[in-house]
Each structure stands twice: as structure tokens, then as C-alpha cells.
Ligand binder design. Structure first.
Ligand code: ADP
Length: 401
């Protein structure tokens, strides 16, 4: 029975108008009815399919197994397809394949059993999904490449700095070694001078090694492993780590998380973000050495409410608050010497330091890490005469408004 051969009943009108492909087969899998949408999908003429086994519209192995599925269902009621919709693959006349969603129903007639298959072409949808996946992949790759390029170009700018930084300890090592040699040759019996020179050689060698390892860290092309973390946990762990050094220097770290919900999450690389925050806190501690005569927390107005408990010039405040619906701001508020206006442009440059033993790599590495997470790092003078260094961290996608 073909649709063309039949008078136009409401049922046939429905088949003709259906957007989805509709195919009716008998209990042997032989095609009895096929609507125009299905003809078009499989690129056959109606007459070519009527009387054929429906397995000709399936690629292997489905085509080989189809008849046994039907027999199994009819004898035992075990369903492989019938009554269940699923994503599968169709085969066109030219043997090309396309993704489709197939639902099969069982029609119990008076004298015979039929099955009706409804087919939806998923080509467009899969193309779209593929396109989205592809562009997500490309964005990720691009971001990784950009981060790497940014690091490498920073490296380029650093080349002269590196030579200088490594040369300094090497020159010092050579000088101390020569002095030790002279001491030994002169037959001096007092070993304390010699020990002092050896200690200095050791310290300079360690400095050179620190320079090299921080350069390696900056140039490493590490893919970020960004996951969702509870902000409270992430920051509390950093504070616990920083406290040893803070207490050693007579400083207290005060954590204020009152402006974010307890379950606030951020999507970051945990270790690298903690490294950034640790670095900012250590810098804050160092900016307060030796003690400067600064106004104390509690003297200012708007921050006063959140820092009431920090009314001591020895305190460093970590303040966390939402910046907008996508970003959280973590600020490290110190009461140190502040940033000299003349240096404000250079702080994030590699090897810029104002500390006698500084490497000047910390903020440069922090900048690189935060930027690769899509965040920002900046600083301001604060009302305590010190500086506030802030980073922004992406809020977990599920928690963005
Ligand atoms: P380092 O600590 O080895 O000097 P950094 O890159 O971490 O390297 O810092 C670079 C410079 O930025 C410091 O030497 C200091 O002059 C300035 N700086 C960083 N943090 C602070 C701060 N909290 N207050 C004032 N100055 C700061």
C-alpha cells in the first residue's frame, strides 16, 4: 500500500504534513507505509522502499540485528527498541549516514501486528553541538596559548634582568671563594672568617637557585586546573599557612568573610590561587617591617564596621566581597609603608623590588596566574597609610546571578 495509491484520508493527510519521518513496518520488518518526510530523509522514492526490509535504512550492525530484535520482541516481549526512543544512525540511499532520534511504537491490529517508527533528523542539532564544543575547545586553547605567549613575552623582557640577577650572586660567590682561598694560603688559623665566607657563598648560591626556580615557574606552560572551591576553605587554608610567618614577625591576620555567603564558591586553580594570596599576605607583612607610625584600623569611617576587631597597627586584614555577579574580590589590606608613587608603574614587572633581599618575581607571577584565570590584580593606597592589594576570582558558574 503506498500513500500515492490511496485516497487522501485524514490519516494520510497527517502523514503528508508530518515534519518527522514516519515509517510503518509489518512484523517481518517489511516497510508498508513511508511518509514524504522519511522519503526525503533517506533520499529514496516511496516506491523504492515499499516492500523492502527496513534494515536497508540502517547501517551495520543494526541492519544485521534488526530482524532478530523483532523476532525476540514478538516471542518474548524483550525490548531493544520498541516503546523506547533513542539516538541512533540512519543510512541514506547513497550509503551516507546521519544522526537521528528514533521512537518505535507497537500497533496491535485485528489480523496483524505493525510497528511505527518516528524519525527526527538530528544533523542540525549535532552540527550545532559540535560547533559549540569546537568553539569552546578553541577558546580554551587560545586562552592557554595567550597565557603562554604573555608569559614568554614577559620572559623576553626579562632576559636582561635575568642575566643581571644571576650574575650578581655568581660574582659574589666568586669574590667570597677568592677571599677564602687567600685566607687559606696566608695560613690564618682562625676558621671563623672562613666559615663566614662559606656561609655567604651558600646564601648567594641559594639566591641564584631561587631566581632560577621562579623563572622556571613563570615560563612553565601549565594548563590551569580550574575547579569549584568553597571560598571559605580556600582562604582559611591560606591564612593558616601565612600565620606562622606573620606571628614570627609579630603580625596578626584578620579574616573578614562576612560579605559573602558561607557556601560561596569560586572557580579557580586552587594551588596557584593560594600561592598568589600567600604572596600578597607575605608582601603585606614585609611592608610593615620595620614598624611604621601609621594610623590604626578603626580610625577610618567606611571600612570601620568590618575591621572593628582589627584595631591594631599589627593587623593585616583579608577582606572578601562580591565585585559583580561574575567576580569576587579578595583584598589584602596592610598598614605598611605603602607604594611609592614613582614605583607604581613597575610593581608587576619581573625583578622589580625595593627589598634588599627581594627577587621581584612575586607580583609578576601573581599577575600571570590571575590573568590566566580571567581575573585582575591591582593595588590602591589605603586610609591606613598602607596598601591594599586585590585580586578578582571568577565565581562558580552555578552561583552567578
Ligand atoms: P619582592 O617581594 O621580592 O620584592 P614582589 O614582586 O612580590 O617581589 O614585589 C615587588 C615590589 O612591590 C616590592 O619590592 C615592593 O616594593 C612592592 N610591594 C609589594 N607588595 C607591597 C605592599 N603590600 N606594600 C608596599 N609595597 C609593596
Amino acid at each position: 500500500m503506498t500513500l500515492d495509491a490511496m485516497p487522501h484520508t485524514p490519516f494520510e493527510a497527517l502523514l503528508d504534513a508530518a515534519v518527522d519521518g514516519i515509517i510503518v513496518i509489518n512484523d517481518q520488518g517489511v516497510i508498508e507505509i513511508i511518509n514524504p518526510a522519511a522519503e526525503q530523509l533517506f533520499a529514496y522514492q516511496n516506491a523504492e522502499l515499499i516492500g523492502q526490509n527496513v534494515s536497508c535504512l540502517m547501517p551495520s550492525p543494526d541492519s544485521d540485528r534488526h530482524n532478530s530484535y523483532l523476532e525476540q520482541y514478538l516471542s518474548s516481549g524483550i525490548r531493544k527498541m520498541i516503546g523506547i526512543g533513542r539516538k541512533t544512525v540512519g543510512k541514506k540511499k547513497d550509503a551516507s549516514e546521519f544522526p537521528m532520534y528514533l521512537s518505535v511504537g507497537h500497533i496491535d491490529g485485528v489480523s496483524k501486528t505493525n510497528f511505527v517508527g518516528i524519525i527526527r533528523d538530528l544533523t542540525d542539532q549535532e552540527d550545532k553541538e559540535q560547533a559549540i564544543l569546537q568553539s569552546e575547545k578553541e577558546i580554551r586553547l587560545l586562552r592557554e596559548r595567550l597565557t603562554h605567549v604573555a608569559r614568554i613575552s614577559t620572559m623576553g623582557e626579562m632576559a636582561t634582568g635575568i642575566a643581571h640577577e644571576i650574575n650578581q650572586p655568581l660574582t659574589a660567590i666568586a669574590t667570597y671563594a677568592q677571599a677564602s682561598r687567600r685566607l687559606l694560603l696566608s695560613g690564618a688559623t682562625d676558621s671563623s672568617d672562613l666559615l663566614e665566607a662559606l656561609d655567604k657563598i651558600d646564601a648567594q648560591a641559594q639566591r641564584a637557585s631561587r631566581v632560577i626556580s621562579s623563572i622556571r615557574q613563570l615560563s612553565k606552560k601549565h594548563g590551569l586546573i580550574c575547579k569549584d572551591y568553597l571560598c571559605v576553605d580556600l582562604i582559611s587554608e591560606v591564612v593558616a599557612l601565612a600565620e606562622t610567618y606573620a606571628h614570627e614577625k609579630g603580625k596578626e591576620i584578620v579574616l573578614n568573610l562576612s560579605q559573602i555567603p558561607q557556601d560561596q564558591q569560586v572557580r579557580v586553580d586552587l594551588i596557584q590561587t593560594q600561592q598568589v594570596l600567600l604572596n600578597l599576605i607575605n608582601n603585606a607583612i614585609e611592608s610593615m617591617l620595620p614598624e611604621n607610625d601609621k594610623p590604626e584600623f578603626g580610625l577610618n569611617n567606611d571600612v570601620e564596621s568590618v575591621v572593628e576587631q582589627s584595631a591594631s597597627s599589627n593587623n593585616i586584614l583579608i577582606l572578601v566581597k562580591p565585585l559583580d555577579e561574575f567576580m569576587l574580590e579578595v583584598s589584602v589590606v596592610d598598614q605598611g609603608h605603602g607604594v611609592d608613587k614613582a614605583h607604581s608603574e613597575q610593581l608587576f614587572d619581573a625583578f622589580f623590588t625595593t627589598k634588599p633581599d627581594g627577587l621581584g618575581m612575586g607580583l609578576s607571577i601573581c599577575h600571570s596566574i590571575i590573568a590566566s584565570q580571567g581575573g585582575d590584580i591591582y593595588f590602591n593606597d589605603n586610609e591606613f597609610g598602607g596598601s591594599t592589594f586585590s585580586v578578582t576570582l571568577p565565581i562558580s558558574i552555578g552561583q552567578q546571578d
